[in-house]
Design a protein around this ligand. Structure first.
Ligand SMILES: [Zn+2]
Length: 303
């Protein structure tokens, strides 16, 4: 399968942007999915458990020897359902050469929060943090039962005060920054331009921080739903694989985050993702702009 970083270019309108931003002309640094690090982390964790398992094999083997010496029994130890490791070892109840089906259950655990460094543009959504946790691999009969959680903390951030070109935020039609002298500019800046990404407002001198948050949240929730679909697809894919041993299961698991990210990315290409998000915000921008224009025409603002 393709490299995650290569795939990111497909939703990249500008050459380097993989995250959704309120200003699609902005270049954002390419995010690091950290697939390699997470794969290493997964390897380390599985390795740790393997060590535990091998120790347990030795302990059980020792006990069995004792039982044999006492009672003469030599039945193989019954592991029942145990943790990661059963599939490792022919010498400890498993047969490394048997091709075993995988029966998986992947749980998706997303979260959405406003955090992180301020964006270069008006706002940014950072969605590509996918990791596995609660990994449990059990040899049950002739198959591996696999459980894991795909954690996906989605974060977004908007500018705290001024826009990227010093734009002043207008949070409502009663904002103190509106005057009789500037209300037409304010209204114009917040009026969605339906010919630009299905409703991007020009925001030359004024922007709306709260509606930018709404825009980023739209990306967050829409992308989350695509990622959830990606987890379901990854589970189906995993269930069509088979493995000889735990290493094989581990290799499949290590690419799950990448596969989920790819589904999200494929569904969040530019310009579609921005057209949907600006389209969602357009009625709210328009309502605010019209209120401001109406109040100004009635001379309700100060000078
Ligand atoms: Zn956007």
């Amino acid at each position: 399968m393709g490299d995650a970083r290569d795939s990111q270019k497909t939703d990249d309108a500008t050459g380097g942007q993989a995250w959704e931003t309120a200003d699609s002309t902005e270049l954002m640094p390419r995010p690091s999915i950290g697939v390699a690090e997470r794969r290493n982390d997964l390897r380390r964790r599985v390795h740790d458990r393997r060590g535990w398992y091998e120790d347990r094999c030795r302990r059980q083997s020792g006990r069995r020897t004792g039982a044999e010496s006492r009672g003469g029994r030599s039945s193989a130890p019954d592991f029942g359902e145990s943790q990661v490791g059963q599939g490792f070892l022919g010498g400890c109840g498993g047969n490394a050469d048997v091709d075993r089906a995988i029966v998986s259950s992947l749980n998706y655990n997303p979260s959405i929060s406003q955090t992180g460094s301020p964006p270069n543009g008006f706002g940014v959504t950072r969605p590509y943090d996918f990791t596995l946790s609660n990994i449990d691999v059990t040899l049950t009969g002739d198959s591996f039962t696999v459980r894991a959680t795909v954690d996906n903390p989605i974060t977004y951030q908007v500018r705290t005060d001024l826009g990227p070109s010093g734009q002043v935020s207008i949070e409502s039609s009663s904002d103190d920054d509106i005057s009789q002298g500037n209300y037409k500019q304010v209204a114009g800046d917040l009026t969605p331009d339906m010919s630009d990404l299905n409703g991007r407002p020009p925001r030359e001198e004024f922007w709306a921080r709260d509606l930018t948050i709404r825009h980023e949240l739209f990306h967050c929730t829409e992308g989350r739903d695509f990622a959830r679909d990606g987890v379901n697809r990854a589970e189906t894919w995993l269930n069509n694989q088979s493995a000889n041993n735990i290493q094989g299961v581990q290799d499949f698991l290590s690419v799950i985050p990448e596969r989920v990210a790819a589904v999200r990315r494929a569904n969040m290409t530019y310009p579609g993702r921005e057209e949907r998000a600006y389209g969602d915000g357009a009625p709210h921008y328009r309502a605010r702009a019209e209120e401001i224009r109406s109040k100004g025409d009635d001379e309700e603002f100060g000078e």
